[in-house]
Design a protein around this ligand. Structure first.
Ligand code: AMP
Length: 591
């Protein structure tokens, strides 16, 4: 249905004046939008009443209290009343703004007395990670509501459990397009009672080539339904979807990227490929608590993790090969501080929300602006500050300039820490540690007494004085290994002195991020031939979803796709390992 602006706009204008966080957007003219700043989430301030005005039932209010939410975020303030009225909604907001609760809470409220078997709400997400996360959010917001059921259905996992869950009473289904289609086709997901469809991270779904799948699914659903579309960006394709399917939507724009990334200090280092691991280890000397390192391939996640482990770090990997429950366990251990460093691929770390992440390392250059923004957004969570470091080699210099232009951010150059810097840092840490463990600060009374006994013993029986004892104790802390680094670091000085005149980074090869056919430099790709084509009824989206589901290749990193009658040519990243290549050999499209 075509988008109409009618008298509802007046209501919106009134809302807008009452609430500075809300802005009315003309779908046809989003470039001229008035953006509003998102506030940082703050659970510590305010009273418990922030959610009372929405008219939520007590069970929802109880679950919000359990979660420690006190005040709604700007997107929640703007979206919840509209959704409670049953309006369609178009929202431009990133993860981290509280958008999941913005649509989940009113939908849970609407389904409070639902006794029917079939699902009423369908939420579509681009990845299984986001599907799990959104489903978890629904579960926790409805944890106090009796008999409320949310089911997640996504690819890469067994159908059987999903089918069993779908047979029982279900209120909300959250899933990825491919698996949703499969269940609809097989008749295992009954959609006749769906009265609300949410498209979450719609731009990401488009990037992954899901447009036709989304359209197919929307066409299968009952015509009379509420539609909610959230997207971090508003390219013309999203505007077109909104115009086609949304009926006079409330339009909300939360300008959060800037605010969020403002808290993140963005840096880059210039480093040649063969020095990357050394550079990484040196960076981790300075900052090694709560770090995510982004790399392009699964193989690299493991080899880097191993290398870091050998250097004494506590590391885990997060990639598409790791089963879902293990991934959840890893994230949990990271949250609790049992792991300090995570080496991840983009797909596996999508939506990761861990407050203690202080540093994001872009070990491999991100494929596009959105990937970069997503990666660095893993730090600076919940209003904290964070740091992001991007590794740039000679070949990637011009990408850097384009990235700066498209994100409208200046990324500051820093040097790889030299021996001198690392040694100063080690010294500083040692002094800090000794000072921290000074007896005056020791809390354990039993230990205190023990230490005094040891001191007396050393003085009386071994005739040691205070300074001898102090030196021996520090010696013990340092251990036998050389305390200072003295490896040859002349390569660092050479890299740091390389001409990196920023104007040199202004090449013609712009990093394009919306058009798959023109994406990236050709030398990043290799062309693969697959023996299926038009005669098999194969479409671009089928190829992308099969590749993404069978390997850990990110939809965005797939280049040009050409479908011929009985074969297809697909450009894929050049650095794929053998394991991925073997999986590609076995790929099935549309069975
Ligand atoms: P989202 O943008 O939905 O991914 O949410 C980002 C983070 O904010 C999640 O960790 C949520 O649990 C948290 N969150 C959402 N709404 C609120 C709120 N009103 N108060 C505090 N935290 C919130």
């Amino acid at each position: 249905m075509a988008l109409k602006k009618d008298s509802n706009s007046i209501d919106n204008e009134q809302d807008k004046s009452q609430n500075e966080d809300v802005s009315l957007v003309d779908l046809n003219n989003l470039e001229n939008k008035t953006e509003i700043e998102s506030q940082t989430l703050d659970v510590s301030k305010g009273n418990d009443n922030g959610f009372l005005d929405f008219g939520f039932n007590q069970s929802i209010l109880n679950s919000l209290r359990n979660k420690g939410y006190k005040n709604p975020t700007p997107i929640q303030k703007a979206a919840i009343p509209e959704l409670m009225l049953g309006r369609d909604l178009l929202g431009q907001a990133q993860t981290g703004t509280g958008k999941t609760a913005a649509f989940a809470l009113p939908l849970i409220e609407k389904l409070a007395d639902n006794k029917e078997l079939n699902a009423k709400v369908l939420v579509m997400t681009p990845t299984r990670e986001l599907a799990t996360q959104v489903a978890e959010s629904f579960k926790s917001y409805s944890s106090e509501s009796s008999n409320f059921k949310t089911v997640a259905i996504y690819g890469g996992t067994d159908y059987r459990n999903q089918i069993t869950a779908l047979k029982r009473k279900v209120d909300v289904v959250v899933g990825t397009p491919g698996r949703i289609m499969d269940h609809i086709r097989q008749g295992t997901f009954k959609i006749k009672d769906i009265n609300c469809l949410v498209l979450d991270e719609a731009d990401e779904m488009l990037n992954m080539g899901f447009l036709e799948d989304i359209e197919w699914i929307v066409d299968q659903l009952p015509e009379n339904k509420q539609m909610v579309l959230f997207s971090a960006t508003m390219p013309s394709e999203i505007r077109n979807i909104a115009k086609k399917y949304l009926n006079n939507p409330a339009e909300i724009l939360i300008k959060s990227v800037k605010k969020e990334t403002q808290l993140i200090s963005q840096k880059f280092i210039f480093v040649q490929r063969h020095h990357k691991l050394d550079a990484l280890k040196r960076i981790l000397e300075i900052n090694n608590e709560g770090v995510i390192i982004f790399v392009r391939t699964k193989l690299l996640t493991t080899s880097i993790a191993e290398a870091l482990e050998n250097s004494g770090h506590t590391v885990a990997v997060l990639n598409g090969d790791i089963p879902q429950n293990q991934r959840e366990n890893t994230v949990d251990r990271l949250k609790k501080g049992f792991i300090d460093i995570l080496v991840a691929t983009d797909v596996a770390a999508r939506g990761l929300d861990v407050e203690r992440i202080k540093l994001v390392v872009n070990y491999d250059f991100p494929f596009d602006k959105e990937t970069y923004t997503h990666r660095i957004g893993r730090t600076g969570r919940a209003g904290r500050s964070g740091e992001a470091i991007l590794f740039v080699n000679q070949r990637e210099k011009h990408f850097l300039r384009n990235l700066e232009n498209s994100t409208r951010t200046k990324i500051e150059e820093i040097n790889i820490p030299s021996n001198k810097i690392i040694n100063e840092k080690r010294m500083e840490k040692l002094i800090e540690n000794v000072n921290e463990s000074s007896l005056a600060k020791a809390e354990n009374e039993e230990n205190k007494a023990l230490i005094i006994d040891v001191l007396d013993n050393l003085k009386e029986k071994h005739s040691m004085d205070d300074s001898n004892i102090a030196m021996a104790a520090i010696n013990l802390v340092i251990g036998n290994k050389a305390f200072f680094v003295n490896e040859d670091d002349s390569w660092i000085h050479k890299q740091n002195n390389t001409d990196r005149n920023r104007s040199n980074r202004n090449g013609n090869n712009r990093m394009r991020n919306s058009n798959r056919r023109n994406n990236y430099q050709n030398d990043s790709f290799e062309t693969y031939k697959f023996n299926f084509g038009k005669f098999d009824g194969v479409r671009v989206a089928n190829i992308i979803s099969s590749i993404c589901n069978s390997t850990n290749i990110n939809g965005r990193s797939i280049g040009k796709i050409q479908i011929f009658n009985d074969y297809s040519l697909v450009d894929l990243p050049r650095d794929l390992n053998n394991e991925v290549k073997n999986k590609l050999k076995k790929i099935k499209v549309r069975n």
